[in-house]
Design a protein around this ligand. Structure first.
Ligand code: ZN
Length: 52
């Protein structure tokens, strides 16, 4: 069963931060949602409160 959680994603190119979902079964490629940026240098910051 796929479990997803909310994560904060930050674009390393323009600095934009946004919330996305993360699943340990799915390592999807992320791109910056800013149309002029579209960088794939996205850093995922998992939120606290959950242990592996
Ligand atoms: Zn960006």
């Amino acid at each position: 069963m796929a479990e997803t959680e909310q994560v904060t994603c930050k674009c390393m190119a323009c600095g934009h931060e946004y919330t996305d979902t993360w699943s340990k079964d799915e390592d999807k490629e992320r791109t910056c949602p800013i149309p002029e940026c579209r960088s794939n240098s996205i850093r995922v910051m998992r939120q606290k409160g959950k242990k592996e």
